[in-house]
Design a protein around this ligand. Structure first.
Ligand code: AMP
Ligand code: GLY
Length: 420
């Protein structure tokens, strides 16, 4: 079959890498793709936010299956446009993508299905929000309602910080995303991510992972899109997984179906776990990045089979075979990230780390310039390795990182520290 993957990050490179190992994949196109994807697939310069253009491209190029990587096209309804044109598509409708696009929407769904999550209030005006913060005290969590590229959440350790966050949000620092604000109880515990496919009715767990959101070692400094991840997450014991499915995931899937907006795609379940009890932090409606890189490294070719089963509505007949293995992805980012950074610096030494079935340097923000590979983004490379233990995966990933010659980049040296 001919497969189109939408996106240009490390997540999409990992999805492409896994799909290519499956004999069902005849032709693979990535749009827009990056220098890493260009090494293994065709790249097409498509505007992935333009559903009609993507649908036309699919019809002209006889695309049998589309995998939508990032949230922005999902929230814009690109999956609806594709399905409307009769194209088999992995990814939720615009209506179901509200589980990521609106924090308040998710809270209301949790209320409706009794899923455990932080207590909250929603505000459209700064003054009542501030009154609420003063009444609750710190620590407290302030969230812009809409999509804010991972920057719309302020975990305020002091009241002053929370009040300042309210001013920022209503002053438009977060664009439209901040026109509504959700203020939440601060939850303590250990965070983990759980990935579950759903075809609208059935669910299929697709693995657990832990991400390091903060830029600095020891989980310090500003938040980023994620500086590294590993899978599985030790805190996600079989009991916690089952509780999460029974109390949070299946009730949400049932509630979305009941509303007439079934969720089809991957639900990224962000959890806070304390004393064996999981509570929902947030949903995303796509794979995590770089969590996906670690998951794909573990799943390989079967990832495509389950994404297809999900899109075709036959998850109830589908299984995954898990090896007793571990994977880790270490992010190499441009100096300065998540603040401002230089673009266009040259990355050398990639030829020293050729891809194998247990080690791949996924590209996140690169472009090819003649025979040179250049960094174009904040997060640039995701060095991802698999091993029999987390330590083995980690050693392999860091050994590869050392071979990459990119003085304008940096990485955290402690990915996985909590688990090791
Ligand atoms: P989110 O974008 O909702 O995942 O939030 C980003 C990060 O903020 C999460 O990964 C958590 O570390 C933290 N966070 C969000 N909500 C809460 C909460 N209610 N209590 C504690 N930490 C939170
Ligand atoms: N790594 C976190 C995310 O993809 O949202």
């Amino acid at each position: 079959m001919n497969i189109l993957i939408l996106g240009s990050g490390g997540r999409e490179h990992a999805l492409a890498w896994a799909a290519l190992q499956n004999p069902k994949c005849d032709r693979l196109i990535c749009a827009p793709g990056n220098a890493g994807m260009a090494l293994i697939a065709e790249c097409a310069a498509l505007d992935i936010m333009d559903g009609a253009a993507v649908a036309n491209y699919c019809l002209e190029n006889k695309i049998d299956f589309v995998i939508v990587g990032p949230e922005a096209p999902l929230a814009a309804g690109v999956a609806d446009d594709l399905r409307g044109a009769g194209i088999l598509t992995f990814g939720p409708s615009k209506a179901a993508a509200m589980l990521e696009a609106s924090k308040y929407f998710t809270k209301a769904v949790c209320d409706a299905c009794n899923a455990p999550t932080a207590a909250y209030e929603r505000f459209m005006q700064p003054e009542p929000a501030k009154t609420y913060i003063r009444a609750q005290g710190a620590p407290i969590v302030v969230k812009a309602d809409g999509l804010a590229a991972g920057k719309g959440v302020i975990v305020a350790m002091s009241e002053a910080e929370a009040l300042a966050a309210i001013d920022d949000m209503f002053d438009g620092s977060f664009g439209d995303a901040g026109a509504e604000v959700v203020i939440e109880e601060f939850m303590e515990g250990e965070e983990a991510s759980f990935f579950v496919l759903s075809d609208g009715k059935s669910v299929l767990p697709m693995g657990t992972a832990q991400d390091h959101k903060q830029v600095g070692e020891g989980d310090t400094g500003p938040n980023t899109g994620g500086m590294g991840a590993y899978s599985p997450a030790p805190v996600m014991t079989p009991e916690v997984v089952q509780k999460t499915l029974d109390e949070i995931v299946q009730p949400t899937i049932d509630e979305m179906a009941r509303r007439g907006t079934p969720f089809q795609g991957v639900l990224f379940v962000g959890l806070m776990i304390k004393d064996g009890q999981p509570r929902l932090v947030e949903y995303n409606v796509r794979f995590g990045d770089p969590e996906c890189q670690a998951l794909m490294m573990r799943l390989g070719a079967q990832a495509l089979d389950v994404l297809l089963a999900c899109a075709e509505g036959r998850l109830d007949q589908t299984r995954l075979n898990w090896a007793d293995d571990h994977a880790m992805s270490v992010v190499m980012a441009a100096n300065g990230y998540p603040g401002s950074y230089d673009k266009g610096t040259e990355i050398k030494g990639l030829e020293a780390v050729p891809p194998t079935s247990s080690l791949v340097v996924f590209h996140a923000g690169t472009t090819q310039d003649g025979d040179k590979t250049r960094a174009t983004g904040g997060r640039v490379l995701n060095v991802t390795a698999r091993g029999a233990s987390l330590q083995e995966a980690r050693d392999a990933a860091y050994a590869a990182v050392e071979k990459i010659d990119w003085p304008e980049g940096f990485y955290r040296k402690d990915i996985g520290w909590r688990a090791l």
